[in-house]
Design a protein around this ligand. Sequence first.
Ligand code: ADP
Ligand code: MG
Length: 247
Amino acid sequence: MRSSAEPMIAVRNLDKYYGRFHVLRSCTLDVADGEVVVICGPSGSGKSTLIKCMNALETFDGGEIVIDGVSVGDPACNLPKLRSKVGMVFQQFELFPHLDVEQNIMLAQRRVLGRSLKEARDRSRQLLERVGLAAHALKYPSALSGGQQQRVAIARGLAMDPKVMLFDEPTSSLDPEMIGEVLDVMIQLARDGMTMVCVTHEMGFARHVASSVVFMDEGRILEQADPATFFDHTANERARRFLDNVL
Ligand code: ADP
Ligand code: MG
């Protein structure tokens, strides 16, 4: 168990290679309980790789990651249990196409948490209500818009009652008019106290919702600062250039 003094997520000197390519270079990052950390940086800088390491979708070669007291790289780490603590939402919603919305949200509750049919269904309905999709429980993903599918994906992550939610560019494949509805769900989640790590280029979200902003380039964390400092006063030349391009 994590003591209350420890961060919810501690990434220490993380190193990772893809073959001979050094993709993460001694990355160190703490996320306290209830914090929202936004990770930004150019394409290819290692953002997705870093957050995939946090729920063991990727292995790493050096350093450590501890989430809520559980050491992620440890061979003794129970993966289904870790992943039930760490929800993840991807750019491509990755819902199961052959299951309706409610079944998508129920599946892992049944298989991983062993909830009864009724418990899993009740929790699914409650979460669909929360993301504004109560009327769509029995539809298949293909019948929903991208923004609706992404909200289902968030509800599916929340159904495991995770300690942490990871988002990898959750709005990047959405049409512009749907971005707001997904960000609104994320903003509400942040207000409810969820610990979140979000890779996103939505700089408005970063400025107004993030507790801190991390800037990555070429596998390194070059800066971590509160949003006001990052956006208005970053001294890092590469971060400045990145911001000049996205803002
Ligand atoms: P970002 O999310 O910041 O765009 P990624 O973490 O996806 O960056 O990728 C970082 C670098 O690692 C890129 O150069 C990418 O081409 C490379 N990369 C990503 N996944 C793999 C893989 N499975 N095998 C080899 N190289 C990879
Ligand atoms: Mg990426």
